[in-house]
Design a protein. Structure first.
Length: 392
């Protein structure tokens, strides 16, 4: 596979392209936002910025109840605790370590269901087949910002009286038929990590349906302290500080512009890659308002090069994609003794073939063209123009 030969016009001194680049507001805007902290000297513990940002999020995500956290992972652990679930949690192995770790760290047992081959989200039929008397909850992931089969999962959860908690770390701003992704299930966790589509440097939130959970979540993230002289829960410390909340306030003002720019990047990728034989792109259902969080591509055998070959070819040219999610969680050293990824063959198949290409608001369209040229050049020789014979 001689990639060099097919790609023209690049100098050796190109800047490396990373898989993502954190969104940041204009510096002056952030400085103005944090300036009042020098007056108040109130830096954390649910201060003004925390309150303001929390209210902005309730509006933006169109939900009644939002609780802010240091990060998405702590938010997830906390909501599992607050829901008082016990036993087995059906989840997906095609995710980031956090999803499964949260289950295990809360003393629960993860049970891995398989995923759907088209959008990589948990397969409701596989979930249903794994339900036992010990099952207490379902924890699906809106992978790459693509929404799960919300209706089927809701139906299963209701029929079996299970809690339904979404890992919505990727799905900030996504809506289906005008309804916010934050509004489904008993709760949804969002991550505002620097690498996510919306960031507070580090941060996260949980949106929840039952308003009676609010007090418990607030107390849990502050050591279980319930009053000046009373501590009722063995809580942790997971409070979002004022500087992170201020970053959230600023970034939220620019979120729509960011999404508009990401849309152009996504469209450029699709123009370059759609119809290339053996190359599968994520679906964009007509009723979903996407956030273009990631640019996953699946390399089927018909493509003519493996995912790892494409990965190496891109790296050799200064482009850094990610094998995201590879390996499957069930193949991690800390889990593989207890699980077999052969039990989730679709997830295993996708994990071996998927690559997430660079995607961020300021990625130039010329760079997208360059990345796609490298990818296409890896494929079958007769597909050098990017229009394969077996296009679907
Ligand atoms: C980022 C991420 C998390 C964890 O979020 P943090 O804010 O980094 O703790 C959880 N699940 C998924 C799928 C993620 O991508």
């Amino acid at each position: 596979m001689d990639v060099e030969q097919h790609v023209s016009g690049e100098g050796a001194a190109e800047q490396p392209i990373l898989v993502t680049r954190s969104s940041m507001p204009p510096l002056q805007e952030y400085v103005a936002e944090i300036a009042p902290l020098w007056e108040s000297h109130w830096l954390t513990n649910m201060g003004r910025k925390h309150r303001e940002f929390s209210q902005m999020l309730e509006q933006r995500l169109e939900v009644e109840n939002v609780c802010l956290f240091t990060n998405g992972h702590n938010a997830l652990e906390c909501i599992l605790e607050a829901l008082e679930v016990e036993g087995e949690v059906i989840t997906t192995p095609f995710t980031f370590a956090s999803t499964t770790h949260a289950i295990v760290r809360k003393g629960l047992v993860p049970v891995f269901a398989d995923i759907r081959p088209d959008d990589f989200t948990i397969d409701p039929a596989s979930v249903e087949a794994l339900i036992t008397p010990r099952t207490c909850a379902i924890l699906p992931v809106h992978v790459y910002g693509g929404l799960c089969d919300l209706d089927a999962l809701d139906d299963i959860a209701r029929r079996h009286s299970l809690k339904l908690v979404y890992d919505a770390a990727h799905a900030f701003g996504v809506r289906r038929a005008g309804v916010s992704a934050a509004a489904f299930g008993d709760a949804s966790m969002f991550s505002f990590h620097a690498t996510k589509v919306f960031n507070t440097i580090e941060g996260g939130a949980v949106c929840f349906r039952d308003p009676s959970l609010e007090q418990k979540l607030d107390q849990w993230k502050n050591f279980g302290i319930t009053g000046a002289e009373s501590v009722e829960y063995v809580g942790g410390n997971a409070k979002m500080n004022e500087f992170c909340a201020a970053m959230g306030i600023c970034n939220l003002r620019h979120f729509d512009e960011e999404i508009a720019k990401r849309k152009l990047v996504s469209e450029r990728y699709r123009r370059n890659l759609e119809g290339v034989g053996g190359l599968r792109l994520p679906p964009f259902p007509a009723d979903v308002e996407p956030n273009y969080a990631y640019m996953p591509v699946v390399f089927e055998d018909a493509f003519g090069a493996t995912r790892d070959e494409v990965y190496e070819a891109l790296r050799a040219r200064g482009v850094n994609p990610r094998k995201y999610f590879y390996p499957l969680v069930s193949d991690y050293a800390c889990y593989r003794d207890r699980y077999s990824s052969a039990a989730t063959p679709v997830a295993q198949w996708v994990a071996a073939r998927v690559l997430t290409l660079p995607m961020y608001a300021d990625l130039s369209l010329e760079d997208v063209d360059r990345i796609c040229a490298i990818v296409r050049a890896c494929g079958n020789a007769d597909d050098a123009d990017g229009r394969g014979a077996d296009r679907r």
